[in-house]
Design a protein around this ligand. Structure first.
Ligand SMILES: *[C@@H]1O[C@H](CO)[C@@H](O)[C@H](O)[C@H]1NC(C)=O
Ligand SMILES: *[C@@H]1O[C@H](CO)[C@@H](O)[C@H](O)[C@H]1NC(C)=O
Ligand SMILES: *[C@@H]1O[C@H](CO)[C@@H](O)[C@H](O)[C@H]1NC(C)=O
Ligand SMILES: *[C@@H]1O[C@H](CO)[C@@H](O)[C@H](O)[C@H]1NC(C)=O
Ligand SMILES: *[C@@H]1O[C@H](CO)[C@@H](O)[C@H](O)[C@H]1NC(C)=O
Ligand SMILES: *[C@@H]1O[C@H](CO)[C@@H](O)[C@H](O)[C@H]1NC(C)=O
Ligand SMILES: *[C@@H]1O[C@H](CO)[C@@H](O)[C@H](O)[C@H]1NC(C)=O
Ligand SMILES: *[C@@H]1O[C@H](CO)[C@@H](O)[C@H](O)[C@H]1NC(C)=O
Ligand SMILES: *[C@@H]1O[C@H](CO)[C@@H](O)[C@H](O)[C@H]1NC(C)=O
Ligand SMILES: *[C@@H]1O[C@H](CO)[C@@H](O)[C@H](O)[C@H]1NC(C)=O
Ligand SMILES: *[C@@H]1O[C@H](CO)[C@@H](O)[C@H](O)[C@H]1NC(C)=O
Ligand SMILES: *[C@@H]1O[C@H](CO)[C@@H](O)[C@H](O)[C@H]1NC(C)=O
Length: 392
């Protein structure tokens, strides 16, 4: 059922394509999904709201190779205007609409409003611009309207645009910054990713909290930011036998890992947590930073040199009132050949226990089937005996 719903959602999320032609040749292409949300307010109270999906948009006939105009319903339009910026395109999103036609009688205003959003990142004229990540375009009126305030925001996903004589999108794509943000905590040596780590980390920190004149020993759970919202640094020379990775967040906080290679395997030999008494620990009565070191024996999170380590179950380490936990943890270090998460997998024992559930279930089902067939056979044999037919 879950899979079915997921598939249905995927099908809905297929981007809509638009094609501008000149002399029967395609000269501009646009693909996107998402919606345009418009609200009208007067004296700080909302008087109208509309949500128009791009899936219902059509290309306006007077679009040109340098101005793609989309018609959403109710007179609302979204344009993408191409301007030269040396060898690049600068694309400015524009929105225009007639308030009364969008919001109905509640908004008594029939003058067309024109609004601009910030230009997209510039991209070479010979490329397309691609942004799969969700982005918001906030449109601001060119001239402030008198009687109403409007907010116009487009949420766009799977966006791709180009202005170039071509039937399809150029294979040269300029990816948006959001798409190129790392999905992993990683360390690169040159252009090689030598350490890769994934996981959902939390810190449970116990500290003294002052509130209403009382001081209490409390525990605060901190969710460590995902790779795109953290800074990752490391030391990962391919030839070294010790490498390290630091996940830095909240300006001064960090989780550090030290990896050591030995013969045909590597492992985590040291992890440390650095936290600061700051706004993330409200009501703290102390100041400064604290470092907690977890030193491990050589085999902790041990992986084969030609593979990686995985532990989907919780991995928790507690010391000095700090618990570092991970879930869906995965890492590889000393990756000289850029294999990433490929090759020999080393799993934590907790995962092996859960992954044996499936084989046991399959085995039980097969055993059950054998019993049923046997019973059916025996009953069948009894019946054939009774009817006098020859038995096999
Ligand atoms: C475009 O193609 C149509 C039919 O495919 C043809 O009738 C028309 O003359 C063409 N126009 C140009 C400018 O080539
Ligand atoms: C529009 O918003 C501004 C600032 O929030 C406010 O000062 C102004 O009164 C609003 N105008 C109307 C017509 O609601
Ligand atoms: C909004 O405020 C202005 C002046 O403050 C007033 O003249 C107008 O009637 C108000 N409009 C509504 C819809 O309340
Ligand atoms: C936009 O579409 C509407 C129908 O949904 C149509 O009435 C209107 O003329 C179109 N506008 C333009 C500029 O094509
Ligand atoms: C709309 O505004 C015009 C002029 O500003 C006015 O004559 C008309 O009565 C208004 N209509 C409504 C429904 O408020
Ligand atoms: C990485 O850099 C080396 C030289 O520094 C180059 O030969 C190689 O093609 C690069 N690999 C990739 C995937 O860019
Ligand atoms: C868990 O980690 C994965 C991989 O880093 C990330 O994609 C996902 O968003 C995280 N989930 C939460 C709830 O943080
Ligand atoms: C709070 O209490 C727990 C358990 O009693 C202890 O482990 C922890 O060190 C205490 N925290 C502080 C800041 O003293
Ligand atoms: C990164 O931070 C932004 C802003 O706080 C948030 O909207 C986004 O969900 C975060 N990304 C992840 C993967 O947690
Ligand atoms: C914080 O409060 C605890 C418990 O009352 C106390 O032991 C500790 O000395 C206080 N720390 C500071 C810096 O005042
Ligand atoms: C663990 O690493 C920290 C720095 O990350 C270091 O200060 C500490 O000495 C190391 N501990 C051990 C036992 O190696
Ligand atoms: C590990 O930590 C997580 C979250 O902090 C917690 O839900 C889980 O119960 C802990 N597991 C063990 C075995 O302590």
């Amino acid at each position: 059922m879950k899979i079915f719903i997921f598939a249905a959602l995927l099908a809905l999320a297929v981007a809509k394509n638009f094609r501008v032609k000149k002399d029967n040749k395609t000269c501009a292409l646009l693909s996107l999904d998402g919606n345009l949300e418009l609200t009208a307010s007067q004296n700080a109270s909302q008087v109208g709201k509309e949500d128009l999906p791009f899936s219902g948009a059509t290309l306006i006939a007077d679009s040109t190779c340098k101005l793609i105009k989309l018609n959403l319903s109710k007179s609302a339009q979204v344009w993408f205007q191409f301007d030269n910026d040396q060898q690049n395109w600068k694309v400015t999103p524009v929105s225009t609409f007639i308030p009364e036609q969008v919001f109905g009688d509640a908004v008594n205003d029939t003058t067309a409003l024109v609004l601009n959003a910030k230009p997209l990142e510039v991209f070479p004229m010979t490329s397309s611009y691609l942004c799969k990540s969700s982005a918001q375009l906030n449109f601001v009126p060119r001239t402030e309207p008198k009687d109403y305030n409007f907010t116009v925001t487009a949420t766009i996903n799977n966006f791709q645009i180009q202005s170039l004589n071509a039937e399809s999108f150029s294979t040269k794509e300029k990816e948006c910054v959001a798409d190129t943000k790392p999905k992993d905590y990683e360390c690169k040596s040159g252009n090689k990713t030598v350490i890769m780590m994934e996981g959902n980390f939390t810190l449970d920190i116990s500290y003294f909290k002052e509130e209403g004149g009382k001081v209490q020993n409390v525990t605060k759970t901190i969710i460590v930011p995902a790779p795109e919202n953290a800074t990752t640094e490391g030391s990962c020379d391919v030839k070294a036998t010790t490498q390290s990775l630091s996940i830095k967040f909240f300006d001064t906080w960090a989780i550090n890992f030290v990896f050591t290679k030995k013969d045909s395997s590597y492992s985590v030999t040291n992890t440390s947590v650095v936290y600061t008494f700051d706004d993330n620990l409200p009501g703290h009565n102390e100041t400064g930073s604290v470092t907690v070191n977890f030193a491990f024996s050589n085999d902790y999170l041990k992986a084969s040199a030609d593979g990686y380590y995985i532990c989907n179950a919780y991995l928790n380490n507690t010391k000095n009132g700090v618990t570092l936990s991970s879930k869906n943890f995965k890492y590889r270090a000393f990756d000289e050949n850029g294999k990433g998460f490929e090759g020999n997998v080393s799993e934590c024992s907790a995962d092996e226990d859960t992954s044996s559930v499936v084989p046991i279930a399959v085995g039980a089902a097969l055993a059950g089937l054998v019993v049923i067939v046997l019973i059916a056979y025996l009953i069948g044999r009894k019946r054939t005996r009774k009817t006098g037919y020859e038995s096999v």
